[in-house]
Design a protein around this ligand. Structure first.
Ligand SMILES: *Cc1c(COP(=O)(O)O)cnc(C)c1O
Length: 387
């Protein structure tokens, strides 16, 4: 008998574990998991090293060190024109993942419903299940123009008397979709109409290649009901640091903080000063990082198109999705298991991130947050598929 509680049993080892093991076993280029293969800004690493050697190794302040909370507030103001009081409206967490889990665990009673867009980031379904809450998916599908969109009727229909919150990720992993102002306004309108909370995952806030990032908290009626979440991992290429944060009205941030206290209490003491430093880097760091990723996106999109995939060029994030149908694929899981053998590249099937598996059956995701030579090698290998 599996000793694991029933509500966690549907969550086996993640697809990333299987595909990364496959990459190691076969020597394939791993474009499965979304982590960069270079370090973030050197000055940030210097501040971290200095902190390790100058007595920052004990429990930091519960909500995060004051310098980091001040830097988060300044960054919110500079980039998104949002004002948060560093003393009451910001909490530092063990990555965005903990902030999301703590927000859901802190806000949802068993049976409460969470509206979220599928395919979802893999921790969402598990956090919702841990809370005993119920997910109400709204499906993103690629349209004729190659952009992922949703049916406004399905969004409206997902709201009901048990809705507690909407979980929104934009820029969106795995599709690379950046929600448009009109789409965000529709989500905001329903949150206000149904008087529910929003939890927003904005870890790719600085990686927008087309359109613009607009925090949902900036829409009318949303600031007072939104927990806005981000993290250092993606923006500063330090996914192993797990320094995230949640911002919102004091009463909501306090729900995150009270749960977080008993999950991890505090985290990443010596890394917090370094992230405070990084958030205050000049704007040229953020635009340069985005331009670098855009060039990598273009390289991989061209390579995948050349190889014969139907490619959905992403508007943001680290990822591009593609349809395998023209290459004879009918199922992404089978396709991804065979891909290392066929051409020496690893991708992940996105169907595992849907409740409506059919909607994602033929879609696979590739990460382009890799060194140019790695992407060039992957593109050359993928070229074998066209032959
Ligand atoms: C990577 C990622 C996260 C996790 O962020 P951490 O700070 O590493 O916890 C959360 N959401 C999305 C959409 C991601 O891609």
């Amino acid at each position: 008998m599996d000793p694991l509680v029933a509500r966690m049993r549907p969550f086996g080892t993640t697809i990333f574990t299987e595909m990364s093991a496959l990459a190691v076993r076969t020597g394939a280029v791993n474009l499965g998991q979304g982590f960069p293969d270079t370090d973030g800004p050197a000055s940030m690493l210097d501040v971290a090293a200095e902190a390790l050697h100058s007595g920052h190794n004990q429990y930091p302040s519960g909500p995060g060190i004051p310098a980091l909370r001040a830097a988060i507030a300044a960054h919110q103001r500079a980039y998104w024109q949002l004002e948060y009081d560093p003393d009451t409206e910001i909490v530092v967490t063990a990555g965005a993942t903990e902030a999301i889990a703590a927000a859901i665990l802190g806000l949802c009673e068993p049976g409460d419903e969470v509206v979220c867009f599928e395919p979802y980031y893999d921790s969402y379904a598990a956090s919702i299940a841990l809370a005993g809450a119920v997910r109400r998916p709204v499906t993103l599908r690629p349209g004729p123009d190659g952009r992922y969109t949703f049916d406004p009727g399905q969004l409206r229909g997902a709201f009901g008397p048990r809705t507690r919150l909407v979980l929104l990720n934009s820029p969106h992993n795995p599709t690379g979709k950046v929600f448009t102002p009109a789409e965000l306004a529709a989500v905001a309108g329903l949150c206000v109409e149904h008087d529910v909370y929003a939890v927003t995952d904005e870890v790719y806030e600085h990686l927008v290649f087309a359109g613009e990032h607009r925090p949902l908290a900036g829409f009318p009626g949303m600031r007072e009901r939104t927990i806005q979440i981000s993290s250092a991992g993606k923006t500063f290429s330090c996914t192993g640091w797990k320094v995230g944060w949640a911002c919102g009205p004091a009463v909501l941030v306090s729900t995150v903080f009270r749960v977080k206290q008993f999950l991890t209490f505090v985290n990443a003491g010596p890394l917090q000063p370094a992230v405070a430093h990084a958030l205050a880097l000049p704007a040229s760091y953020f635009s340069g990082f985005r331009d670098d990723l855009r060039a990598k996106r273009d390289l991989l999109v061209a390579g995948l198109t050349e190889a014969g995939f139907v490619v959905y060029p992403p508007e943001g994030t680290y990822f591009v999705t593609a349809d395998i149908t023209p290459l004879g694929g009918t199922d992404g899981v089978t396709f991804c298991r065979e891909l290392p053998e066929r051409c020496g590249v690893v991708a992940v099937p996105t169907q595992v991130f849907y409740d409506d598996v059919e909607a994602g059956r033929r879609l696979v995701r590739f990460a382009f947050c890799k060194r140019p030579e790695v992407l060039t090698e992957a593109v050359s290998r993928l070229g074998k598929l066209a032959a």
